[in-house]
Design a protein around this ligand. Structure first.
Ligand code: PMP
Length: 389
């Protein structure tokens, strides 16, 4: 029956591994390094809102006027020059990804991504029927020569990049790469889809200027989110875009859900008005940097010589390369038996090869120092056991 009812695309849809594993991480006896969840201990309490009734009525598809202005100011400060009318408030940046994909991708499209890339972006692009080609990336991000070759070979519609503290690999592009990639996209006229939810979670003095800043002629969209720095449950993110794309994004937003929840938009806007945001970010950076360092110490103490990683300059993730012959799925299952939840790297590869199966993504944002030390010590036992077999 279902094969007649469901579209071929719906039949082929795969569930996101992260969303499934989230069920385990909610069990109280599980030590989870799996989700990209911020630590609720450091979420500010909701601001008091006087004219709460405003949010009872339908609102504009583009988003609340004051919040759109605040977002325009935020992205301008990062180096992306926009007017308020280029801002679309979305239901998390995940919806921004979906809306952008719906207006540019179909079965005849190719999109280029980093290798590895954000797995829920893979899910969205595949749902449009687009073909994904991942481009060689290293600890500084996507390699420009490889990008040039891929653009020439595949004639892609778009390139999807997460230049700051990437999910999952944690990389942060050097300034040189940012400039080179922007020049290449201008030369070839390829759309840049830049995803930047981790911009504020920065623990080192690194350049974070969006690649969009350096573009002169290529079309672009730049997405951000309040999920990692305020309240992910509010599902409030945004996409800003070059003028030409604005009306299309608004129309697809109208069709998708009329507009983003007004209560969430009001909360975020009011919090930004309160002036508490800069101090809040400073505090988040301090506590997350400590958590990151605790995870690095635990890996160095328990797994030195066995795994490798580069210390992420921001964000929430360590991307850990396992010893050869140790596969991530096996580690996931055996660690889970001992109540430690980790995320295998494999689903983050759009075009998986044998080499893709040797990574874990470990998140340090929501675990205490004590728990991270216990979890990594158990993980080390599991890896050593698998190696000894
Ligand atoms: N992009 C990236 C790279 C992410 O890591 C995430 C969250 N895991 C998102 C987009 C979506 O975030 P949200 O919808 O909560 O804004």
């Amino acid at each position: 029956m279902l094969s007649k009812l469901l579209t071929p695309k719906a039949q082929k849809m795969e569930s996101s591994l992260v969303r499934e594993l989230l069920h385990y991480s909610q069990q109280p006896d599980i030590l989870s390094l799996a989700g990209g969840l911020p630590d609720e201990k450091y979420m500010p309490s909701y601001p008091a809102i006087e004219a709460l009734e405003v949010s009872q009525q339908y609102g504009p598809s583009e988003g609340e006027g004051r919040l759109r202005h605040q977002i325009a100011e935020i992205v301008k400060e990062r180096g992306v020059a926009v007017e308020d009318n280029q801002v679309l408030v979305t239901n998390g940046s995940q919806q921004a990804l979906d809306l952008v994909s719906r207006i540019v991708l179909d079965e005849n499209s190719i999109i280029l991504t980093e290798q590895p890339t954000y797995l829920a972006a893979i899910q969205v692009f595949e749902l449009q029927g687009a073909q994904i080609k991942d481009v060689r990336s290293d600890e500084f991000g996507l390699v420009p020569d490889a990008l040039r070759r891929a653009i020439e070979e595949y004639q892609p519609k778009a390139v999807y990049l997460i230049p700051n503290f990437q999910n999952p690999a944690g990389h942060c592009y050097s300034k040189r790469r940012r400039v080179e990639i922007a020049a290449l996209l201008d030369e070839k006229g390829v759309l840049l889809i830049e995803d930047d939810p981790y911009f504020d979670l920065c623990y080192e003095d690194v350049d974070r200027t969006p690649i969009t800043h350096y573009l002169e002629t290529a079309p672009w969209v730049y997405m951000g989110s309040f999920s990692k720095v305020l309240w992910p449950g509010m599902r409030t993110g945004y996409v800003v875009s070059c003028e030409a794309l604005v009306p299309y994004l608004v129309k697809i937003k109208q069709a998708a859900d009329l507009h983003t929840n007004r209560l969430g938009q009001l909360m975020i806007s009011e919090y930004l008005v309160s002036g508490a945001y800069p101090e809040h970010i400073k505090k988040l950076r301090r506590v997350y940097a400590q958590k990151r360092d605790a995870m690095a110490r635990a890996i160095d103490v328990n797994l030195s010589g066995l795994v490798s990683y580069s210390l992420p300059a921001g964000g929430m993730f360590f991307w850990v390369k396992l010893p050869s012959g140790v596969f991530s799925d096996r580690v996931l299952r055996q660690a889970l038996e001992r109540k430690v939840l980790v995320l295998p790297g494999l689903p983050f590869f759009a075009n998986a090869s044998e080499l893709s199966d040797g990574y874990l993504r470990l998140s340090f944002a929501r675990v205490s120092e004590e728990d991270v030390s216990n979890a990594i010590s158990i993980l080390a036992d599991v890896i050593k056991e698998i190696m000894d077999e």
